[in-house]
Design a protein around this ligand. Structure first.
Ligand SMILES: [Zn+2]
Length: 66
């Protein structure tokens, strides 16, 4: 199992929560070059939402429309 942290050559979204009392941590790297990181449950939720809406699969919706 490889490291799940996204990199420019392996774009994606990664969220981790080390322990129930620790803030969630998230990082996102899109194949379009956008990168973002967030710390804190609310911030990570916003990161995931924004990435989902504007990057990753969203690019396919716009560019792969037929
Ligand atoms: Zn993107």
């Amino acid at each position: 199992m490889a490291d799940l942290t996204p990199t420019p050559s392996n774009p994606g979204l990664h969220v981790s929560k080390p322990s129930p009392s620790a803030p969630a941590q998230g990082s996102a790297i899109c194949h379009c070059g956008a990168t973002a990181t967030a710390t804190g449950d609310a911030q990570v939720a916003a990161l995931v939402q924004g990435y989902t809406d504007n990057h990753g699969p969203a690019h396919n919706k716009e560019q792969g429309r037929r």
